[in-house]
Design a protein around this ligand. Sequence first.
Ligand code: MRU
Length: 373
Amino acid sequence: MGKLELAPVHFIDGKLYILDQTLLPEEEVYIELQNKEEVFDAIKTLKVRGAPAIGVAAGYGIYVSMRRELMSMPSSGYVQEDLMTFGGVLRDVCKYIGSARPTAVNLTWAAERMELAFKNSHATSIREAAKALLNEAVEIHSEDIQACRAMGEYGLSLLGSGMGILTHCNAGTLAASKYGTCLAPIYLGHEQGYEFHVYADETRPLLQGARLTAWELNREGIDVTLICDNMANTVMKQGLIDAVVVGCDRMTANGDGANKIGTSALAVLAKEYDIPFYMFVPTSSIDLNTLSGEDIEIEIRDEEEIRSLWYEKPMTPQEVKIFNPAFDVTPAKYITAIVTEKGIVRPPFDVNLKAIVNGEKQVEELDSSLEEF
Ligand code: MRU
């Protein structure tokens, strides 16, 4: 395997490779995932992370896990019986991998798609069933590549060259496909000669902003300044920020959006300073079945991520209590606009989100000036 293009997930010659993001920025190492335990662990420990990338990894991960499961599934001699067994094992694998992390909806969304692909295939052999799974995994991946590109174009229509842009966590190449979600307009603009000044929050406790966002923007030659999370107010007050762009792990029907812990504080600050706050949400991250952010399960992670993980020595005595929620919910009222791959959604989000997901209307066209002709 030669040098791979930077991406969280690669599927090459039937093998699933992920970039182990826990080793960044020091080492760029791709590891192969061969079974359901390895896929579960890679998602849980954030070797692969970011809502869309988790969905893509889950799709291929379910396919390779099923291939492995088949090795221990003896044939009954009857195709129908074998297909029923296959369906049962698939259900268990999807449920298991889908439970690795609770907040990003892309994980269960991808697992459900894989199960449905098998059901809808009406396969008459195990080979056909496996082919249906592979096709679906490839489809999830290619849809994500297209969605990121489209969000980049829509997002760029909201930004101008010279702008200062604040972002949180990592919703770039490492979190999705190629362009990422909220960093997509920055990459696209950069290709077209725009100059942006990006401020990346370090994003405690796992430092995705420092280790991943600052790293990936810097390697593309984009001007990026790293700040601690508690400096956002200062850069906004100093007039350095013209827009805030963030990703999303799950957006509910009313437009509330769960994203990395600390996102909602930025949204409140942005409102105070009258700075537009844009959430980039591929439709794969929109969960219309959940009514509001109150109903989103927030992942609680290991205490050691705060106490000791990134330090040579623990930063606080062992007996100090620690609370480590991985995400928070930004209420819809703080979001200026939601950028999806189908268009830009403006309030009222409850009505317009549903319309865009169901393809009823393109809420905001890329070039609205064309309407005058
Ligand atoms: O815990 P992580 O690193 O998976 O959290 C990632 C985020 O919060 C991202 O902003 C979100 O998944 C959107 S990624 C395009």
